[in-house]
Design a binder for this molecule. Structure first.
Ligand code: SF4
Length: 370
């Protein structure tokens, strides 16, 4: 099964840690941009008319900052130009500072059945420090509008001055609000973002402190009935993100919109990161692809193993064999032997032992060098 990703690059304000493709000063271009995105959907749909898609994901940026009718129109375009499975998972990312009852009603009419809400932290002073436009009350209002719906909450670790008590409060707010899925990510300070200065000044928690916050958060999530199915993703039974599982299973996906990347027919390709160039290309009838490469088999095999080892389901020898015609245990014999103490095997499956999943990057280095 394959996924469709749509990039909506508009935000009301740039967060201090953000290095995503998002333009806080270009919201006025939303109507023209969404018309181009619909055109790209048509062009892509023609190329992929034989394929079936199981998930749709509106990400950003802040998809919920634009007029919901544009989202509705994009969904109509998808239904018109792509073949979707019977019950597709359709997700939209929402910033709690941008929602309304009317918007959510329009999303539901469009067929959206999963919502990803950026809580980040339940401490208002930390939200302010991050440059987020919402506070905890906005999050609670947003999730009150989503009662009974399938929604996920994003939580961040590694914030300036963040304590275990802060993590406890955040996880409790997320769980209490009814989130069936919680993503708990460690902040990565990227060079060029304002928060990078805090990092250079030693003002952010170090790796050991973040690890302690993660372990604490993980224990709380487990207590509250959330299972970890990927290193940063937790959910109630049956509420895994199908869209993200497809990425981790190295499934195919098409990305539309500025900076969106795709993986299809063994090739990885990316659209331009320049908003004007993106719209000019589309208006001229061209696909705005700036990178396009075939993934070599050696890289493809490593990707498969690396992505699978992030997850609780781990590597399936059968799926690996179906993809590459070989046995992963032979292809990665040296790395597997060296890391035997960190791995656990169950029939067809091999995964990293629960207690080592957080440090999987160290283990993966050996698989990369295998
Ligand atoms: S809301 Fe998201 S995409 Fe927009 S600036 Fe903040 S982190 Fe970046």
């Amino acid at each position: 099964m394959s996924g469709i990703y749509l990039h909506i690059p508009f935000c009301r304000h740039k967060c201090t840690y953000c290095d995503f493709t998002s333009f806080p000063d270009k919201l006025g271009l939303a109507e023209a941009y969404m018309a181009c995105l619909c055109k790209e959907l048509e062009l892509r749909g023609r190329e992929l008319e034989r394929e079936t898609f199981d998930t749709v994901y509106f990400g950003g940026g802040t998809p919920s900052v634009i007029d919901p009718d544009y989202i509705y129109a994009a969904m109509k375009q998808i239904v018109k130009h792509f073949h979707l499975t019977k019950n597709p998972e359709v997700t939209i990312e929402m910033n709690p500072g941008t929602v309304s009852e009317k918007k959510i009603a329009t999303y539901k009419r469009a067929g959206i059945n999963r919502f990803s809400v950026g809580l980040q932290t339940a401490i208002d002073s930390q939200l302010e420090e991050l440059g987020r436009i919402h506070n905890v009350r906005d999050y609670l209002y947003c999730t009150s509008l989503l009662k009974g719906e399938n929604f996920s909450a994003d939580v961040m670790l590694g914030l300036k001055g963040q304590t275990k008590e802060d993590v406890r409060k955040t996880v409790e707010v997320a769980a209490w609000s009814g989130a069936r899925h919680i993503s708990m990510y460690a902040l990565t300070p990227e060079d060029g973002t304002p928060i990078y200065t805090d990092y250079l000044n030693g003002e952010l928690p170090d790796a050991d402190e973040v690890r302690a916050l993660y372990d604490y958060g993980y224990a709380l999530l487990r207590e509250k009935g959330y299972s970890r199915y990927e290193v940063s993703n937790f959910c109630k039974k049956g509420y895994e993100s199908r869209h993200n599982l497809n990425y981790w299973r190295r499934g195919e996906y098409i990305g539309v919109g500025v900076s969106a990347s795709s993986f299809f027919y063994g090739r990885r390709f990316t659209n331009t990161f320049d908003l004007d160039e993106y719209m000019k290309c589309i208006l001229s009838g061209f696909l705005p692809v700036v990178e396009n490469e075939r993934v070599e088999e050696k890289d493809a095999k490593f990707e498969f193993v690396m992505l699978a080892l992030r997850t609780a389901e781990g590597i399936s020898a059968e799926r690996y064999h179906a993809a590459f015609g070989s046995d992963w245990r032979e292809d990665f014999a040296a790395a597997r032997k060296k890391n035997a103490a960190y791995l656990t095997e169950n029939g067809d499956r091999t995964c990293i032992k629960d207690e080592y999943l957080y440090v999987q990057n160290h283990i993966l280095m050996d698989f990369m060098e295998n």
